[in-house]
Design a protein around this ligand. Sequence first.
Ligand code: ASP
Length: 304
Amino acid sequence: MKKFAIAIHAGAETVKRKEVSKAQEKAYRKGIEEALRTGNAILKKGGSAVEAVVAAIESMENNEHFNAGRGGSLNQFGEADFDAAIMDGRNLNSGSVGSVRYVKNPIKLALEIMQHCKHAFLAGTGAEEFALRQGLELKEPSYFVTEEKLKAWHESVLEEQIAGHDTVGAVALDQQGNLAAGTSTGGLMNRMKGRVSDSPIIGAGTYANNPYCAVSCTGEGDIIMRGSIAHEVYAQVKYGGEQLQAAAEKAITMHAKFLKGDMGLVSLNGEAEIAFAFNTNLMKRGYSTDGQKPVIALWDDEEV
Ligand code: ASP
């Protein structure tokens, strides 16, 4: 059997440990494990990296503990809308969706755009109409809004804060040697209406290019897109000759003078090497290689 691997993140943030309850930690670990197992099952039977990434992200979109699909962050008016992207490292094909409502699994809409749309990126009502035409599952706005996120939204509005975490992303290497990356988010809490995150922007939140690397980012999207962080990892490997972990760390720190804020990423190469890099004390993350038991970590002092 050829090498295969999947690695995921479920958001990076700077947070006091006591603000994350034991129950939350447990739910995060369980959700990450489920997503890794879902992706792994596909890779093990010879499925593609794209299929594995989409399935792993779909599982996290359906999990209300993460900021994607159900349980996503709400904008300044308390509304949920979503951004997502998928990229196929085999041929640089990609699909992105921005500010879309109603679609149960935004990552599936991104896939649909990659496979069946003449454009690379659809946003807003056009994206929603495309989802309807393609027969994707739609949900009432209330499906996406959980009590927990509504409470967090109230706090953000009262404190006039814009905060974000729990975005989900996955990178995979399949047995054919192909890489793929995907990211899905409900965006920042209390963001302006119409604001789009880094997640669907190819080269910012999401990038994959055989044989160099696949990357998915999380953190403050407004700086991630200005630093083209996902593409930077690739550039450091390809043109800078860096090893994957060094490239990932460089991408996070290199613009620190101008781009200040939380950032994290997961990356994977054709050798099944995995790199996590983040400037926060928490990044929910995990990986599994060759179908082995998933390795999961949340805090910066945990070994992965
Ligand atoms: N990157 C996302 C955004 O800017 C937030 C996150 O990663 O949690 O909306």
